[in-house]
Design a protein around this ligand. Structure first.
Ligand SMILES: C[S@@+](CC[C@H](N)C(=O)[O-])C[C@H]1O[C@@H](n2cnc3c(N)ncnc32)[C@H](O)[C@@H]1O
Length: 286
């Protein structure tokens, strides 16, 4: 169950997870908790004791959910110091002890630390020029994801895993080809997201026409006509090739948060197959 309250300067929402509810603030300018995150965190493969990096944390919703699943340590990072401050405030608000936050580009704020689980929901909407920092993923949408796949192996502990969100507005096939070279992949869940072209033109004039040109070249995969269009989100687990680590997963979170990625019309499937001043800080205990 999820309830949302608008407050001056941003949003507050309450997210009910099994045995635990989280109260999450999202000040204006920080990527809000959306239906994609609500579906994603229900499949989060966090294990008790894991050391977790929430890269591009926004409100920190994924890292907080990992803490609920028993993660031993959570580090929030984001290039936007406002996001890091927001994630730390949410950690304090929800009594997540020992969470840390650091602002900076990609893995730069992590020093030499390695993690059991890296969570990344990175910008991946293609665009001819940068538009929104939380959405623009380079000319074909793969800029940040390909960087993640290149750099993550050096940031994972043996047996470490990546949990990343991938959608078909960007060249997801290119990302998957690269991912398979270093990781064993598992699609934990897919989500159909409906949209109207105007949504993209509101981000940047002419953006939908650009996406449509990519689609004709096979580099963007949305379907439908007129205002009834849709594409897929995939929630991927990528395990670094190498000997598996011990420990039994506690299983994915199943919040009762039902929903769609647009106006109650999205359908989800589960499958087993397939810049500014640095902000650093620590969340106090309860
Ligand atoms: C799509 S939002 C996701 C936010 C949050 N993880 C969620 O799922 O709700 C992407 C986030 O990545 C951050 N980001 C963009 N470029 C980054 C970079 N080079 N290094 C770290 N974070 C970055 C943005 O500031 C934004 O908060």
């Amino acid at each position: 169950m999820i309830s949302r309250r608008r407050a001056r300067g941003g949003d507050f929402l309450r997210l009910r997870l099994p045995g635990r509810s989280l109260r999450i603030g999202a000040p204006r300018g920080v990527h809000p908790v959306d239906d994609v995150a609500i579906h994603g965190l229900r499949r989060l493969p966090a294990r008790p004791g894991d050391s977790v990096l929430d890269l591009g944390c926004g409100t920190g919703v994924y890292g907080l959910a990992a803490a609920v699943l028993g993660a031993g340590r959570v580090l929030f990072t984001d290039i936007d110091p406002r996001a890091v401050r927001c994630a730390l405030a949410n950690a304090r608000r929800n009594g997540v002890p020992g969470a840390e936050g650091r602002a900076g580009d990609f893995f730069e704020p992590c020093g030499r630390e390695r993690f059991d689980l890296i969570i990344a929901n990175l910008p991946q909407t293609p665009g001819p020029v940068p538009f929104l920092r939380s959405k623009w993923g380079g000319p074909d949408g793969t800029l940040f994801l390909r960087r993640l796949l290149r750099e993550a192996p050096g940031r994972l502990r043996p047996g470490g895993r990546l949990f990343f969100v991938l959608h078909d507005m960007g060249d997801s096939r290119r990302v998957l080809r690269q991912a398979r070279r270093r990781f064993r992949l598992r699609a934990l869940h897919t989500l159909r997201r409906e949209f109207a072209p105007g949504e993209y033109d509101a981000y940047h004039p002419g953006l939908f026409a650009y996406l449509d040109r990519l689609r004709r070249r096979g580099k963007c995969r949305f379907r439908g006509r007129g205002d009834q269009r849709w594409f897929l989100f995939r929630f991927m687990e990528a395990a670094l090739r190498g000997p598996p680590r011990g420990g039994t997963p506690r299983g994915p979170l199943r919040s009762r948060a039902a929903g769609s990625a647009r106006g109650g019309r999205a359908r989800a499937r589960s499958g087993r197959s397939a810049g500014g001043a640095p902000a650093r800080g620590r969340a106090a205990g309860p």
